[in-house]
Design a binder for this molecule. Sequence first.
Ligand code: NDP
Length: 256
Amino acid sequence: MPDIILNRHIPEGYSAADNSLRDRVILVTGAGDGIGRTAALTFARYGATVILAGRTQEKLEAVYDAIEHAGYPQAAIYAIDLKTATEADYTALAEQLENEFSRLDGLLHNAAALGERTSIANYSLASWNQVMSVNVNAQFMLSKALLPLLKKSADASIVFTSSGVGRQGRAFWGAYAVSKFATEGFSQVLAAELENTSNIRANCINPGATRTRMRATAFPAEDPATIKTPEDIMPTYVYLMGPDSKGVTGQSIDAQ
Ligand code: NDP
């Protein structure tokens, strides 16, 4: 059992200390846009060295520049397409991080593919496989490759990104919903395996409705002004990435 049970929310009124992520090395997938972009900038603001992983170089460079411009710790860019990357690609990534940083303190699995919004009867196998590759298989390969580096940290945190449809299936959410159930399960398996054998904790965040490109694609009729911004949900990300959540593992937390 975890040391601390949060009951799906971080402590009320939580506010992180300015330097709470100082000297931490944190990798964020999908760091070029949406929630991942804001998480990368926020982690850097709290003192972390952030490795910006994603598939669109220009977007990653823009985040890198924003971090530099703000005077936060210098970031690093690692371009990788989670849809096509092989186990050898993840091994190469781990080797490069080992050479440059010698350890990893945080891993935010944030990137995801939405896939088709249609019935199972109409769902294409190609789309199903793409969603599973990005949302599930890549998380497995990346986590596995980076475990040795995470084990070198005194206080490491792996954070997965879930969804409401990863806890209760809903019509027309297809592979995306199934992949988020898999994410919740993977996080629990990993947390249980690591709990008494390492300093690594693993938890899920369910962001809730958040103003991003993916949300606009999934809900084209929604007025974006009525939902939270990525900045609004950052306290949960900083809490789970930093020292204040020590002892919290195997849980699924709502950011709203
Ligand atoms: P966005 O579409 O805004 O951002 C997704 C990010 O993932 C982008 O940076 C994108 O890169 C990257 N990405 C997608 N496919 C790949 C790939 N094959 N390889 C590498 N990077 C990839 O989505 P959100 O910010 O909204 O979503 C972030 C997370 O939050 C996801 O896991 C999503 O499922 C989850 N979520 C979001 C909610 C919301 O309301 N927004 C609600 C519940 C969960 P690029 O920009 O280059 O395409």
